[in-house]
Design a protein around this ligand. Structure first.
Ligand SMILES: Cc1cc2nc3c(=O)[nH]c(=O)nc-3n(C[C@H](O)[C@H](O)[C@H](O)COP(=O)(O)OP(=O)(O)OC[C@H]3O[C@@H](n4cnc5c(N)ncnc54)[C@H](O)[C@@H]3O)c2cc1C
Length: 443
């Protein structure tokens, strides 16, 4: 078994002391207060505690297992890789060729296409978890993690398995105590909704009017344009998700307008049948970034034409330089640029504010743009990205002292996608494998 856990042997006395002290303080200060909550169940985790069962968490657990290091994986959702299962659109394919998206120790099956689909990738992740016996504790949401007296104390709300409603009911408070904590909660943990005047009111009133079908949705909720046939859709954002949502809307006979606020690098996904990403990675090994950028931009001009003519302003720095400086990934075009050229996707400038009342339409939304024009739409898709949630629960470690960070590892936060995750998982497992062997020898 890759996972082992046992009741804490020494900590309960500390817990009892702390709780009785807290309870006494509470009863002195206010007799009307409800009784304090029961103390959390505590578990000592042998080896590593991994938070998150996305590709990164699975990869670390698998690599640790290969090193003989036990681990426990906590996942807030009820399944592995919920981002891929529940928060991605049906037509999604990996943006990069499959050899750049494999997790350690297990290549993709040879029959998979060069760009595996979402369902290919999910079947790969499921068999990966089975093969390396990774069995996460599901519906366990980490609320706080802190280092205290030389160990990590991780507090989680765990849905009771006996609540009979799939985890939506009662939760219990569990504290996991461990020496090694691996954070694998992802750069895309929470959908990001920008602060645009009128947007929140618009979301609430559009939802109330439309009932079950959201009129304003984040790209994380968008599955397909099937239900938007013949509708005008305002897509806010022009990253990979924004472009692909627009393309999907075109395939379903909708009329998308794409809001482009910032300058953006759009590159062809392939040139003459060869992956642009693979070529740029190969060139970057030998050439300076500025030169690779020039080659990439020349290829983009040949394959896509002058995209600035259609409102897709290019940044002053090249695509690789921009990725290095700002972490912003270039968009890899899978057909949206052709639809922009043909006018099926309209490019519009930044939204200044959303107008109340949807310009009088029974169901719908109106937005005033920075050029003063008004766009009316039947639906809005916010392809405005995601944020990490680590700062909300990891206590006191940001730029912390060395002792505060001891035993803390992170995977999947370097903006290098699945390829970066694979490298980091192998490295972390190597370090912990050696430390674990030393401990086993001593004991
Ligand atoms: C639409 C889309 C397409 C993408 N396509 C590609 C691609 O083609 N190639 C590529 O390399 N990358 C791609 N990415 C980037 C992609 O997010 C990563 O490559 C990959 O999913 C990251 O894996 P991860 O495990 O780090 O994060 P995630 O997959 O986000 O997994 C993190 C896990 O942590 C869990 N979690 C979060 N907070 C808590 C908590 N407090 N307690 C317990 N559990 C928690 C989450 O529920 C989640 O399961 C894409 C991203 C998106 C959004």
């Amino acid at each position: 078994m890759a996972q082992q856990e046992a009741e804490v042997a020494v900590a309960p006395s500390t817990m009892v002391d702390m709780q009785s002290k807290d309870a006494a303080a509470a009863s002195h200060s206010n007799h009307q207060q409800p009784p304090p909550p029961p103390p959390p169940q505590q578990y000592w985790v042998n080896g590593a505690l991994i938070i998150g069962a996305g590709p990164a968490g699975l990869a670390v657990a698998a690599c640790l297992r290969e090193q003989g290091v036990p681990s426990v994986v906590l996942e807030r959702a009820g399944c592995i890789a919920p981002l891929w299962q529940h928060r991605t659109y049906a037509r999604l394919k990996l943006h990069l060729p499959k050899r750049f998206c494999e997790l350690p120790l297990a290549p993709f099956p040879p029959h998979f296409p060069e760009y595996p689909s979402r369902s290919h990738f999910l079947s790969y992740l499921h068999s990966y978890a089975r093969r390396f016996a990774v069995a996460p504790h599901f519906r366990a949401t980490v609320a706080s993690a802190r280092r205290h007296r030389g160990v990590w104390r991780v507090d989680a709300h765990v849905a009771s398995s006996d609540d009979g409603v799939g985890g939506g009911g009662r939760t219990r408070h569990v504290q996991y105590v461990c020496q090694w904590l691996v954070v694998a909660t992802g750069e895309n943990a929470e959908p990001f909704v920008p602060d645009i005047e009128g947007l929140r009111r618009c979301i609430v009133s559009a939802r109330a009017r439309a009932g079950a079908a959201p009129v304003v949705m984040h790209a994380a909720e968008y599955r397909s344009g099937e239900h938007l046939r013949g509708k005008r859709v305002l897509v806010v954002g022009c990253g990979n998700s924004g472009m692909e949502v627009c393309l999907d809307l075109c395939h379903h006979g909708a009329s998308p307008s794409m809001v482009v606020r910032d300058a953006v690098h759009v590159l062809p996904r392939e040139v003459l049948g060869r992956s642009t990403f693979a070529m740029s990675a190969a060139m970057a090994r030998w050439l300076p970034l500025w030169l690779v950028d020039r080659v990439l931009l020349a290829m983009a001009a040949l394959a896509l034409g002058d995209v600035e003519r259609y409102g897709l302003r290019r940044p002053a720095v090249g695509p690789l330089e921009m990725k290095k400086r700002e972490g912003r990934t270039p968009v890899l075009d899978t057909g949206a640029v052709a639809k922009i050229r043909s006018g099926q996707i309209k490019v519009v400038p930044e939204v200044r504010r959303f107008l109340p009342g949807g310009a009088g339409a029974a169901v719908g939304v109106a937005a005033e743009l920075v050029d003063g024009s008004v766009v009316e739409a039947d639906a809005v898709v916010l392809a405005t990205g995601y944020r990490s949630n680590v700062a909300s629960w990891l206590k006191g470690q940001v730029n912390g002292a060395e002792e505060e960070c001891r035993g803390l590892y992170a995977v999947g936060f370097t903006g290098r996608g699945l390829a970066g995750i694979a490298e980091e998982a192998i490295r972390i497992a190597g370090v912990l494998g050696k430390a674990w062997s030393r401990q086993m020898e001593i004991n």
